[in-house]
Design a binder for this molecule. Structure first.
Ligand code: NAD
Ligand code: UFG
Length: 339
């Protein structure tokens, strides 16, 4: 593990937590980010949290020449690829922009890795690649069929990576399918900083608890679940970050292959259960109203997380209570995120 790790999208929500965990594990890190959905302030906070300056490159992952230069200059031998656009709803209105950034960005990265002689890659995939309506829990061999341009961009890249590995055994690749990453670093210094109205449940609840928004709209109270609200597999962002460190160890140890692996807890939690847990953690009421179902939502989605345990010796360790406590600490210390 002499080489450095290039973290694309390294100032984003999950990438920034991965940088902290990589440095903690003794890795040399170079973060590249276009700041399309993040702030330069994150680089300073990462330096503060890790106790050393962060090598940060402001640039676009589609800039092949820049990527080759960065990989050569820093002696990179592995890449964690977080950079991309991630809003499912927005991807329906701007599909070509999503394919450009997510598929085009990944293709440019692969070309640059080829040029720089780097062949170890961890790709940020998503549970959204699984077909709707399948049996729970989702195993890696469950049927795939993404329901949005965003989801299809993830599926295309996964398939491209499998084809790449089949064509050239020098590559070792892990596609990590995250379920619902939530929470923040326990220091309260880094966390999720959504622009505008949060799309996702926990950031929205955080803003209701803090009084920035009046009430949560619960999208659907008539699902076929215990309390009628949607059930998801929420997983602490630091557990996700640790999963990347373990996956990298695995790729170095066991060499080749291309694997797709779920990162989740294996536990389903309903919207109302999450809301109650957040009320406990924050000591604040979270008013809510049941609203119609949100288009495209499924009733239930959770992981079989046993493959990650078997291959990486990883499992999510943090509880729903910790997810809410860490989210709340971040929310209180940074009511406007990084702005
Ligand atoms: P994020 O938006 O916080 O982080 C992505 C980072 O990539 C941002 O800092 C952004 O500025 C940067 N970026 C975007 N396009 C870029 C480009 N062309 N060049 C360089 N940098 C660029 O999102 P996140 O939640 O940290 O997600 C990270 C990855 O994980 C994404 O690929 C996302 O699709 C995937 N993912 C996220 C979730 C989730 O719920 N957060 C779930 C499943 C998968
Ligand atoms: N929800 C509400 N009110 C809100 C927001 C969400 O009731 O204001 C509900 C949703 O209906 C759902 C649950 O809370 O039942 C979780 O919703 P999120 O938007 O937080 O998460 P999703 O599971 O819908 O989506 C997440 C990621 C996507 C990814 C998907 C599948 O945001 O990027 O998981 O992995 F595609």
């Amino acid at each position: 593990m002499d080489g450095a790790v290039l973290v694309t999208g390294g100032l984003g929500y999950i990438g920034s937590h991965a940088c902290v965990e990589l440095v903690r594990a003794g890795r040399r890190v170079v973060a590249l980010d276009s700041l399309a959905n993040s702030s330069a302030a994150v680089a300073e906070r990462l330096a503060e949290l890790t106790g050393r300056p962060l090598s940060f490159v402001h640039g676009d992952v589609r800039d092949i020449g820049l990527l080759i230069r960065v990989m050569r200059e820093h002696g990179v031998d592995s890449v964690l690829h977080f950079a991309g656009s991630k809003a499912v709803g927005e991807s329906v209105g701007r599909p070509v922009a999503y394919y450009d950034n997510n598929v085009g960005g990944s293709m440019a990265l692969i070309a640059a890795m080829h040029g720089a002689g780097v062949r170890r890659l961890i790709f940020s995939s998503s549970a959204t690649v699984y077909a709707r309506g399948g049996a729970m829990p989702l195993v890696e061999s469950s049927a795939l069929d993404a329901g949005s341009p965003y989801g299809r961009s993830k599926l295309f890249v996964e398939q491209m990576l499998f084809d790449l590995r089949a064509s050239d055994p020098a590559w070792s690749i892990a596609c990590l399918r995250y379920f619902n990453p939530v929470g923040a670093h326990p220091s309260g210094r880094i966390g999720e900083s959504p622009r505008g109205v949060p799309n996702n449940l926990v950031p929205f609840i955080a803003q209701v608890a803090s009084g920035q928004r009046e009430r949560l709209q619960v999208f659907g109270g008539d699902y076929d679940t215990a309390d009628g609200t949607g059930v998801r597999d929420y997983v602490h962002v630091l557990d996700i970050a640790e999963g990347h460190v373990r996956a990298l160890d695995y790729l170095e140890r066991d060499g080749g292959g291309c694997v797709a692996v779920n990162l989740g807890t294996g536990q389903g939690v309903s919207v109302l259960e999450m809301l109650r847990e957040y009320e406990r953690a924050s000591g604040r009421p979270v008013p809510y109203a049941v609203a119609p179902r949100r288009a495209g939502d499924v009733a239930r989605c959770w992981a079989d997380a046993s493959l990650a345990q078997r291959l990486f010796d990883w499992r999510a360790r943090r509880s729903v209570a910790q997810m809410c406590e860490d989210s709340w600490r971040w929310q209180c210390a940074n009511p406007d995120g990084y702005r």
